[in-house]
Ligand binder design. Structure first.
Ligand code: SER
Length: 571
């Protein structure tokens, strides 16, 4: 069964059971500062699990089905074995207060074993349920009993929370006990029964409505259905692997995994940089380059192969084709130039330190030559914890440098400004929130503030966007803001726990480390109640729109590759 058939079967199966199809969300999570990248199908549905949004209203059903693009950095060191990937696709069916354990378990069993669907031999399957070892929770006897009724399922095992309790790691969100199905000893399907909200202090509180969140890796399922040895033998990898036959096996697998990630991240507007998502992209792309360097394998051919393979399923790859090739090529050119210099430097260091490098030495090679830690590690052991510390310090220093130079958001860092200037800056600060909202309104919700700087003359706003913003769009953005100013609005400040603010839909900067309690500024129309903008922010802001005047965009330009910069004033 090829991947296209498998996708179709899965979606049809659940559509026939009353699920509405929801398209994959971007790999860049929207309005969710708890993760850098989308790691699971449930991520775009978080607000429905916690009761902040209504599925019935948005999808016309309490049950939905999706195939979600995912990226997990946690597994990056496992890539090369038979089952682990960074980028992968997750098949999922979800219910937000509709069905619960009996249906979810029975649907899974039917889909896996029925001859009309996957027809997997029941002897190859086993299932696990939660044993209740975690304080405040009980053994999932209901799941156990349901599993016992499945005809032909002979192996059922209880497992602890480390296996059969799913929730967010290192942050917070919906969570609950799971049932997992294994084929030939490999986990393929994880059914999560969300009944709790896991707080960051590990406390559990019951969710208002129970929900189902299931996840099944497309690649692993292809292995199971076609009885293959490894995910790299499936048809979502075969054409890529065919281009890599002259590399060692592990390198083939790493390159095949990473190049898919590179293409999909670029298609979702991630750009190589030294921070967050951009750093993840840079790191996997450079790793591809290191492996294919002087092997005769061509980067652009690999990219074409991925786009040909997945273009029919993900139109964004076709739409972004040119940008993907261009950004990858530019990064590759830069990298290969410095790589050669860096290698020479590393060889020199190895003469005096042949056994190991300190984190600082490795970091210096990275900072000066872009030499990746992975490349260095292939030649000599490195103190990685120390490397990470040096890396983090470097980021803090560069951020502080920016604040010192520009006064951060206008008033921070003890910048000395006159009272009049302060008033102008405060007004521009509010105008910046309106600009952000207008950009999302006119250009699309994927727009996120990348950086901003305000002085008494203008506000400057950077955001990732693949092309210039056309004059007529700028005009619409300007008009939108002015129309909101004229219609009249007020600004409300609330201090909330960070998680509540995010759940309430407040926009946050991924980059910042926020304190436990944050200030949220909501701009809304007092008469109609319409919320125009909601953002986490240190302020200060004006109180009513009357103070703003007329908003005007004075410049739109490129600030760096893939990033646009708008300058605007208040007249
Ligand atoms: N959220 C669960 C997982 O990621 C099931 O979708 O495994």
């Amino acid at each position: 069964m090829n991947h296209l058939e498998l996708r179709q079967k899965f979606l049809q199966f659940f559509e026939n059971k009353g699920h509405k199809l929801v398209l994959s969300a971007s790999l860049l999570p929207k309005d969710d500062a708890s993760v850098l990248l989308t790691t699971a199908g449930m991520q775009q549905f978080k607000p429905y699990f916690v009761g902040l949004k209504e599925a019935e209203k948005d999808f016309g059903s309490q049950n939905v089905v999706s195939i979600q693009k995912c990226f997990r950095t946690a597994d990056i060191d496992e890539v090369g074995d038979d089952t682990h990937l960074t980028f992968f696709e997750m098949l999922g069916n979800f219910s937000f207060g509709g069905y619960f354990k009996p249906e979810a378990i029975e649907y899974a069993w039917e889909f896996l074993t029925d001859p009309k669907f996957l027809n997997i031999d029941k002897n190859r399957l086993f299932a696990t349920f939660y044993n209740g070892n975690r304080t405040g929770t009980a053994e999932d006897t209901e799941a156990k009993q349901i599993l016992e009724t499945l005809p032909g399922l002979t192996k059922i095992m209880a497992q602890p929370d480390t296996d059969n309790f799913w929730g967010p790691t290192g942050t917070e969100g919906p969570c609950g006990p799971t049932v997992e199905f294994y084929v030939d000893g490999v986990e393929v399907w994880n059914l999560v029964f969300n009944e709790f909200y896991c707080h960051s202090n590990e406390e559990l509180t019951p969710l208002p409505t129970k929900g189902v969140d299931t996840g099944m890796g497309l690649e692993r399922l292809l292995v199971a259905v076609n009885q293959l040895e490894t995910i790299f033998a499936t048809d979502v990898f075969a054409p890529i692997m065919a281009k890599l036959t002259n590399l060692p096996v592990k390198a083939q697998r790493v390159v095949a995994d990473h190049i898919r990630g590179v293409v999909f991240l670029l298609a979702d507007y991630v750009r190589p940089s030294n921070k967050e998502q951009g750093y993840i992209l840079r790191r996997i792309l450079r790793r591809v380059l290191l492996h294919i360097h002087s092997s005769g394998v061509r980067l652009d051919e690999l990219i074409e192969t991925v786009i040909d393979l997945f273009g029919p399923v993900y139109p964004e790859l076709v739409a972004e084709h040119q940008a993907i090739s261009q950004f990858a090529r530019e990064e590759a050119d830069k990298f290969i130039r410095t790589l050669e210099l860096g290698s020479k430097e590393l060889d020199k260091l190895l003469q005096t330190h042949p056994k190991a490098l300190t984190g600082q030495q490795a970091f210096n090679l990275f900072a000066s030559y872009g030499l990746p830690i992975d490349f260095i590690k292939e030649k000599v052991p490195v103190n990685e914890a120390e490397f990470e510390t040096a890396f983090a310090q470097h980021q803090d220093v560069s951020r502080a440098g920016v604040e010192e130079k520009f006064g951060g958001h206008g008033l921070s860092a003890g910048a000395v400004v006159s009272e009049t200037d302060q008033q102008i800056i405060t007004r521009l600060h509010t105008a910046t929130h309106l600009l952000h909202a207008a950009l999302r309104e006119i250009l699309g919700e994927e727009i996120h503030q990348g950086g901003s700087d305000i002085n008494s003359e203008r506000t400057r706003f950077d955001f990732a966007f693949p092309r210039r913003v056309e004059p007529d769009e700028l005009k619409r953005i300007e008009d939108w803001v002015n129309q909101k100013i004229q219609a009249g609005f007020v600004i409300k400040k609330e201090t909330l726990p960070y998680a509540d603010a995010i759940q309430a839909g407040a926009l946050a900067f991924f980059k910042e480390k926020y304190p436990a309690e944050v200030d949220v500024y909501t701009i809304y129309n007092e008469t109609t109640g319409e919320v125009i903008s909601k953002e986490l922010c240190g302020g200060p802001h004006i109180q009513t729109s009357k103070e703003l005047g007329t908003f005007r965009i004075v410049k739109e330009q490129s600030s760096s590759a893939g990033v646009r910069r708008i300058k605007a004033i208040l007249e």
